[in-house]
Design a protein. Structure first.
Length: 217
């Protein structure tokens, strides 16, 4: 528990530090006397735009951290429905070069928006490091009442766990916004755990494998 709490604090601090620093910097520019720094209307508008953009980014980060805490505490019941994995995986892999191997009628029971976020995170993490010349491999298989989804990517150069965690991963619900790999994977692990499953990310020098286990319906 102590290690998880330490990881949570580190991720939260990292996510909030950059936009907060930008807000303070641009606020100081706007507050500077004219004899120190003269801003024309265009510069002033750009500074205000940057403040708003970074404040909105912080709002998204706070919402993500609140979701992470709620999932860990299991405070709210899941809005669970029967979900077919195949169309969901087709949706989250759309636009990417993917070798998809999923049987028909691969059903499980869970909160569809959260499962979509979980699967999109796995695919986006792989997509950020994948060698453009090779498709991402996505497979789903069932064994002993459990579905296992594996997302596998290969890279041309060395890859470390530290680099993966520091990457900016597209936010699944807000186009144009990003999370760090660390926060994205923490949320993914908690979503999987909340559904009675798990999520494991294996990093090697030449690639990454994200393995998700979920009970079937």
């Amino acid at each position: 528990m102590t290690e998880l709490r330490t990881e949570f604090i580190r991720v939260a601090a990292h996510e909030l530090r950059t936009p907060l620093t930008s807000i303070i910097t641009f606020a100081n520019m706007l507050d500077a006397p004219d004899d120190v720094l003269t801003l024309d209307p265009g510069d002033r508008h750009a500074a205000l735009t940057a403040i708003r953009r970074n404040a909105e980014r912080m709002q998204l980060t706070v919402a993500d951290l609140m979701l992470l805490a709620e999932l860990e505490a299991a405070e709210a019941p899941l809005d669970a429905v029967r979900v077919d994995l195949r169309p969901l995986l087709n949706e989250v892999t759309g636009g990417l070069a993917v070798a998809l191997h999923v049987p028909d009628a691969a059903y499980l029971f869970g909160d569809e928006p959260l499962l979509r976020q979980l699967l999109r995170t796995a695919v986006d993490v792989a997509g950020m490091v994948n060698d453009a010349d090779r498709p991402i491999t996505v497979t789903a298989s069932r064994d002993a009442g459990v579905w296992t989804v594996r997302v596998i990517a290969t890279v041309a150069g060395p890859l470390s766990a530290e680099r993966l965690l520091s990457l900016r991963i597209p936010h699944p619900d807000h186009p144009g916004e990003h999370r760090t790999g660390a926060l994205a994977l923490m949320l993914g692990r908690e979503i999987a755990a909340r559904h009675g499953g798990g999520m494991l990310t294996s990093v090697e020098q030449r690639g990454v494998t994200v393995s998700i286990t979920l009970p079937h319906s």
